[in-house]
Design a protein around this ligand. Structure first.
Ligand code: GTP
Ligand code: MG
Length: 266
């Protein structure tokens, strides 16, 4: 795959203000993402890439999902942060196996980091794997990990303009969760305007209003996940996972396990 990147320069020719660079960097990522997707399908693992700006509530939503889905569906998490393991600690405390991937200078997870995270996680077939991407609404939109679903979280505290300003992120979503709805009475947020803008930015995404604090709307999000998980399981049923190498060291995938995968990105 080829993508084009417009880069402003100080010495553009008279007839152009942009030099168009043909970017093939992402081609390698896309090939590895396709391999990840195939591998996950063969193992009936649903991987959900959760993206948002910093603080929209990704970890809070995942903490609840671990507790509320984990009783009858194995849940594991790959945490992406530039540094530290605070979110991994929170997920571990909620009872799920977790791997922390630190991206260093990088502002997103890529397919190679996801691949390494999966191997370290050693998730059993049928597991629901959440990937909490690095908090920002720009770079993660560009990088396919090979996930089965992309979920974008936005909070009512961020304003209803985000789908317009970061349309690429919202266009890539299968589902948009509008979080912190418990704060609606206290903020200047026009839900109708936001939904109209979301519809334009991501016509195919489902939209759900939720609160990780009160639990409002979460049943619909869990229903959506179960539907996706069932679809993944049916798709993998005809594939012979037994001939695949295991996803990693499954003996390490016990609740509470955390490991750090350091990644250096250019
Ligand atoms: N009132 C309210 N607060 C929430 C809700 N969800 C999350 N928060 C709070 O928002 C803050 C940020 O939540 P996190 O879950 O850490 O956000 P995040 O998206 O994981 O942040 P990064 O990992 O830094 O990108 C915390 O103080 C949460 O308690 C919610 O639904 N309602
Ligand atoms: Mg977080």
């Amino acid at each position: 795959m080829e993508r084009r990147l417009g880069v402003p320069t100080g010495r553009a020719p008279a007839d152009a203000h942009l030099v168009v660079l043909e970017e093939r960097v992402l081609a390698k990522n896309d090939a590895l993402a396709a391999s990840n997707r195939h591998r996950l399908a063969r193992h009936g693992i649903l991987a959900v890439n959760v993206m948002s700006s910093p603080g929209a509530g990704k970890t809070a939503l995942l903490e609840r999902a671990v507790r509320e889905l984990g009783a009858d569906w194995p849940v594991a998490v790959i945490e992406g942060d530039q540094e530290g393991a605070l979110d991994a600690d929170r997920i571990r405390a909620s009872g799920a196996p977790v791997v922390q991937v630190n991206t260093g200078d990088g502002c997103h997870l890529d397919a190679e980091m996801f691949d390494r995270g999966l191997s370290a996680l050693g998730a059993a077939p049928g597991t629901l794997v959440f990937v909490e991407n690095v908090g920002n609404l720009v770079c993660p939109a560009l990088f396919d990990l090979g996930e089965g679903a992309r979920v974008v979280v936005m909070a009512v505290t961020e304003g209803e303009d985000k789908p317009v300003k970061y349309s690429r992120m919202f266009a890539s979503a299968d589902l948009v969760l509008i979080n912190k709805c418990d704060l609606l009475p206290h903020v200047d947020f026009d839900l109708a305007v936001c939904e109209r803008r979301l519809r334009l930015a991501s016509p195919r995404a489902e939209i759900m209003l939720v609160s990780a604090r009160t639990g409002e709307g979460l049943a619909a999000w869990y229903h959506w996940l179960r539907h996706r998980g069932g679809r993944q399981a049916r798709a993998s049923a005809g594939l012979a996972a037994s001939h695949d190498p295991p996803l990693g060291d499954a003996t390490r995938a016990s609740p509470g396990f955390a490991s750090a995968v350091e990644s250096s990105t250019p």
